[in-house]
Design a protein around this ligand. Structure first.
Ligand SMILES: C[S@@+](CC[C@H](N)C(=O)[O-])C[C@H]1O[C@@H](n2cnc3c(N)ncnc32)[C@H](O)[C@@H]1O
Length: 244
């Protein structure tokens, strides 16, 4: 009698273990498919734009331990310069187009590399002077740089309509850029199709692209989903006799 019960418990245990493994494989396949789908959905659009405005997810060393909470990594995923440079921005640029590209002080050279690998030639720059002082090795930075590059034949603003190269505006949320930058671009190019790359919100009159616009895929999401699943699996398995 006891032998018969043992056999039934062991058969049941095997069945449950097999089901759990099947469930695990399916969940992994599903997570991989979802991640791949999200990657496709976050790929750049196919339309061509005359104005491209970008604030990439620069990765750079922070100044000090105190600076750690100011590190971009604590606020959103960042990428190496090579990865950003390989973004196929050329494929969404009209033949005649202008690029406005934000660079932090330590990332200036990287930004110029990115500008050139996206197919734009450096033309000019403005600085955003903040109302708050930050950190830095040589200077305590109080500004960021807005680089301008062009490709093809793009008209510079009409004489007498150019803005001063200094934009004075208060600091907003982490990495948020001043509204004045949009206003300037809209006045310079009221009719060209515009896109903002790495946008957090889509501004009226602009197309927008970035994780916050398609918030499906962030580095680590897939791993986190797997970890969550494995945690659930372990918890459920704990309640059962160990699998053979
Ligand atoms: C420097 S912030 C941009 C802030 C924005 N200019 C603003 O004013 O709010 C960079 C943005 O890019 C997003 N991002 C990070 N990695 C990305 C990637 N690989 N593809 C698309 N967007 C990404 C981040 O989530 C973040 O919202």
């Amino acid at each position: 009698m006891i032998g018969e019960w043992r056999e039934r418990v062991s058969a049941e245990n095997e069945r449950v273990c097999a089901n759990l493994l099947k469930e695990g494989t399916k969940a992994e396949q599903r997570a991989a498919r979802e991640a791949e789908l999200a990657a496709r959905q976050t790929s750049l659009p196919t339309k061509k734009y005359g104005v491209i405005y970008a604030d990439p997810e620069w990765k750079f060393e922070v100044y000090s331990e105190r600076g750690m909470d100011r590190s971009a990594d604590n606020h959103y995923p960042t990428s190496g310069t090579e990865f950003i440079a390989q973004r196929d921005v050329a494929s969404i640029s009209a033949e005649d187009a202008v690029l406005f590209l934000w660079a932090t002080v330590p990332m200036l050279l990287d930004a110029l590399v990115v500008m050139s690998s996206w197919g734009f030639e450096y033309k000019s720059q403005a600085v955003w002077v903040k109302d708050r002082i930050g950190t830095g090795y040589w200077f305590r930075n109080k500004h960021e740089i807005l680089l301008v590059g062009t490709r093809g034949n793009i008209p510079a603003p009409a004489m007498g309509t150019q803005f001063a190269s200094v934009i004075e505006a208060p600091v907003g949320k982490h990495s948020e850029k001043p509204i004045k930058a949009y206003e300037l671009i809209e006045l310079y190019f009221p009719n060209l199709p515009r896109i903002e790359l790495n946008a957090r919100i889509a501004r009226e009159g602009w197309d927008a692209w970035g994780f916050n616009i398609f918030p499906r895929l962030k580095p680590g999401d897939f791993r986190q989903a797997q970890a969550r699943f494995q945690f659930a699996l372990h918890r459920r398995a704990d309640a059962l006799p160990p699998c053979a």
